[in-house]
Design a protein around this ligand. Structure first.
Ligand code: IPE
Ligand code: IPE
Ligand code: MG
Length: 235
């Protein structure tokens, strides 16, 4: 079985999952956060090397303040726990997105978790927090502009490879497979550059219920896709 090296997931549907059960939206987020641990372990077991999870978008600040607060608290709590599991599972943790808008304590916590886990290589778990692909590309453009101004780079040197080095994902390969749970079929500003040649898999299953079996279904579909990269199939 050809297992994708890198899977990116848009973890959607926590709110609808909760509503269906007569629970508040935040109960859905709690259930969703718990599921992250399970999926990390399942991914590692299945031989996936890179997992990149969309946890909070640049657009998610538009949600009610109480929900944003609850999400930040959950993420910070999750990260705390994650440092322990990082040791147990030899997991290299990264955060992508503009963390400068987050609470300073949370920022420190992120940097520390990244530092501590950087020695591990079994599973590379990346969490997107205050991440928006357009924002990431613009931040990269500003860095490129600064490098040109400071004569560290010439415009001719801007190739796909050099530009990639200015993105938050500079240390990650492009995802082979994108999964979005809970029915919506859009990218919602996720990894626009990086997903240029990825396979897409959409499922109606809500994130809190997306388990190892569901992940295996996605892998089966992926295995049967005909990836061509613009070429033609060799006979
Ligand atoms: C995904 O679930 C979690 C975040 C976007 C933070 P949602 O909260 O978007 O759940 P739905 O889409 O409203 O069901
Ligand atoms: C995308 O989900 C962002 C995350 C999963 C973190 P949303 O629920 O915010 O996306 P839209 O608003 O339905 O596009
Ligand atoms: Mg949603």
């Amino acid at each position: 079985m050809s297992v994708p090296k890198h899977i990116a997931i848009i973890m959607d549907g926590n709110g609808r999952w909760a509503k269906k059960r007569g629970l508040p939206r935040n109960a859905g987020h709690t259930a969703g956060a718990k599921n992250v641990e399970k999926i990390c372990l399942a991914a590692k077991k299945l031989g996936i090397k890179y997992l990149t999870l969309y946890a909070f978008s640049t657009e998610n600040w538009m949600r009610p303040e109480a929900e944003v607060k609850a999400l930040m608290k959950l993420l910070s709590g999750y990260l705390d726990k994650c440092v322990q599991t990082a040791h147990e599972n030899k997991m290299h943790l990264r955060v992508i997105g503009d963390i400068s808008r987050l609470d300073p304590k949370f920022q420190e916590q992120i940097l520390e978790a990244e530092r501590i886990s950087s020695v591990y290589d079994d599973l590379h778990l990346t969490i997107a927090i205050n991440y928006g692909s357009r924002d990431e590309i613009l931040r990269a453009m500003r860095k490129v502009g600064t490098a040109i101004r400071d004569k560290e780079l010439t415009p001719e040197e801007i190739t796909e490879e050099t530009f990639q080095q200015y993105l938050d994902t500079k240390d990650l390969p492009d995802p082979d497979l994108l999964i979005r749970t809970s029915g919506e079929q859009r990218l919602s500003n996720y990894l626009l550059w990086q997903l240029a040649y990825s396979e897409f898999y959409f499922t109606d299953v809500a994130w809190p219920e997306f388990d190892e079996e569901e992940l295996k279904k996605a892998l089966n579909v992926f295995e049967n896709r005909d990836r061509r990269y613009g070429g033609i199939k060799e006979e």
